[in-house]
Write a protein that binds this ligand. Sequence first.
Ligand code: CAA
Length: 703
Amino acid sequence: MNSLVTFEMDGDLALIGLARPPVNALGQPLRAAILEAAERAAADPAVKAIVLHGSSGLFSAGADISEFGSEASFAAPDLPGLLLRLTRLDKPLVAAIGKLALGGGLELALACGYRIGEPGTRVGLPEINLGLLPGAGGTQRLPRLIGAQAALDMMLSGAPVNAQKALDIGILDRLAPSAESLLDEARAYARELVAGQAQARPAVPFPEPAKGLPEDFLARFRQDNEPRWKSRLAPRLLLSAVEAACLLPLEEGLAREVALFKEAEASRQSAALRHVFFAEREAGKVPGIDASTQLRTIAKVAVIGAGTMGGGIAMNFANAGIPVTLLERQGDALDRGLAQIRHNYGISVKRGKLSEAQLEQRMALLTGTLDYADLADVDLVIEAVFEKMEIKQAVFRELDRACKPGAILASNTSSLDVDQIAAVTSRPQDVIGLHFFSPANVMRLLEVVRGKATAPDVLATTLKMGRTIGKMPVVSGVCFGFIGNRMLEPYAREAHRLVLEGATPAQVDGVLTGLDLNMGVFSMLDLAGVDVNFLVRDANRAAIAHDESYCRLGDELYALGRFGQKTGRGFYAYEGRNRQDDYEVVALAERLAGELHVPRRPIGDQEIHDRCLFMLINEGIQLLDEGIALRAGDIDLVWLNGYGFPSHLGGPMHYAETLGLDKVLAGIRHYQKALGDYGQMWFTPAPLLERLVAAGKTRIEPF
Ligand code: CAA
């Protein structure tokens, strides 16, 4: 028997074990092996029932994602065909679902007549996260099993459900008392079925998936959800598949599902989301560290500064059950910080996301102090004080005195030189940058800034810690702004300049949100603070080429005290959070353009797209060339998780590949000429981009 499955006889039962580590991804070789084993069991008259299980305990994480987009994806036996064959066996088939059944893995279980899980089992159809829909019967069988509404909820969220829920809604028939007893219980279940002469398949509870739902349920559902889906394709295709489940006989519905799945699989959106899936897994693989790197223990954490950022950072650890000491200089600032954290948790309680008891548990993990001596036993300190080198260095001198040997000393700087911060301590090997994004308890990105002296175990420990607290850690080298903010700079610069040349902030933002970015540049600056952005820019001004027009509009708004949402005016005017265009900003742009001799003209949306996005992409490619970013995929993760870039575009680097690197280069060269001195100054193609295009490469990689 093929080594990808195990086949054992146990009396009159055939036990087929999936054995393709690590997650039994259902690639062609495993599909073929399952079919062969199933045919063997079907043909053997001694076999009265079959148990399908994961040899290592884990059932299956679904189709092999690396096959998508290639012929292997539908190579015989394809998954829909294999599952159809399983549903036609005339012997009861029990799926013993240990740990996970996701995507095609759950579809495999749904093709079995009977399903048993264990307390740790999670089942789900997460295909939507890959820009796909379940393509092996999931959209047809799940609505028939649990009803169209519950099935839509599961498939559109992509979130797995736990064993108890799966049992309650009818995905599981039984639950074994423990993971260890799952296979025994599955065997016992199969024997009962044989003894009771059970049918190979039980009658399904919802032969009509839309039964009990209003007639216009699906039409309304589409109407209500369309705006939220923006330009995403997969939810729309998924809904069409569920419509088919409600309207067509099973076999016709299955055929429709295959057609819709193929459309999704061939889409750019799905290619982008699959790129993101693998980029997330690659990001943890960093030269100089591996599984053998000994990790330091992080049992107790301290955060310096109880402002918005420090408080948000502290919440991440309390949420993960890790005690945190919050240090401030003044008692009232500390009290305010702790009160704000309680207030934030209170909002979660009101929204039903947290219980009062959980709120109290989390608050109990937070201790305030005004004294560095109280940090003597912490394993990790994260400094989140004002973004000024001298202030940060003063804090690190204190930490060097107060903290035990081996404690990791981290700075939450968003732009400053981590090596200069480390240099004031006697232990630069223990110093690292941990750049959280605001609001720090919500945003998933964590830039992990590796200084020149940072020890490998410090890097490995913080990467692991980042994942423990639910972040997406991405390693960056040291440079002004690291990966994210350094790329933000030319992108925002171009947006500013376009407004001087004749675009409006709303037009620029509209082009960007038209791509499904969460926010345009100007809304983002108004939210983050025009003043904050000014101060960062000002600190770095000496390093920037001399250009009178450089972010001039932002500078003038700062001088006028228009700091954004918090002052009710910035690039826009606000009533509460409602944004309105402000003619004063247009008038200011006109005046500045006159003073700076910048000709004004109508600006087309394509020009806005190309100038903002190409500058963003160009800087990303330059960062890769400098070795600040390890991989193009890392850069994408930064922009997806920290700057609201839409995941269905795959991030700026993947988007550039989709547009064509040659086209991006040609666009940069075009504006280099077309924009006169300004173009000459700023539109210099990254040398790596030029080399890649000259060599005919279509992927962004160090070269
Ligand atoms: N296909 C191919 N490789 C997969 C895979 C899959 N479905 N699921 C996981 N892997 C690989 C990962 O790439 C990783 O490989 P490397 O070690 O080489 O990096 C390895 O398995 C372990 O994965 P993780 O690092 O993610 O391990 P984890 O324990 O943190 O998470 C998991 C495990 C929850 C299964 C997670 O990997 C996951 O969510 N996988 C994707 C599940 C999924 O989306 N399934 C649906 C597939 S689409 C489908 O099935 C379509 C259909 O209808 C036919």
